[in-house]
Design a protein around this ligand. Sequence first.
Ligand code: ZN
Length: 80
Amino acid sequence: MNFNHLLTEREMKVSCRKRTSGECKWKPVAEGQATAGRNVAIPMLCETCGSRTSVFMHFSDYSKHQKVISSEVDYDKASK
Ligand SMILES: [Zn+2]
C-alpha cells in the first residue's frame, strides 16, 4: 500500500533525506493524533530512506483515510 498521496509533492521533497521523492514510499507509523483546530497529525516514515515527518490534515479529510491508515498500522504491529 502506498500512502504518498497523503503528502504534497513539496512535503515529500522537503521531508525526504535523499530528495528523490519519486522513489520514496511513505507510510503512516501510527494513527493520527488530534491537534488544535480539529486537525489531525499523522506521523509518517519513508521506507526508502528512513526520513520521518508528520502530515497535518483536517479531521474531515482524515476520516476518509482513517480506515486504510488503521489497517496499515495494525498490519505493521502484527508483523513485529
Ligand atoms: Zn525517502
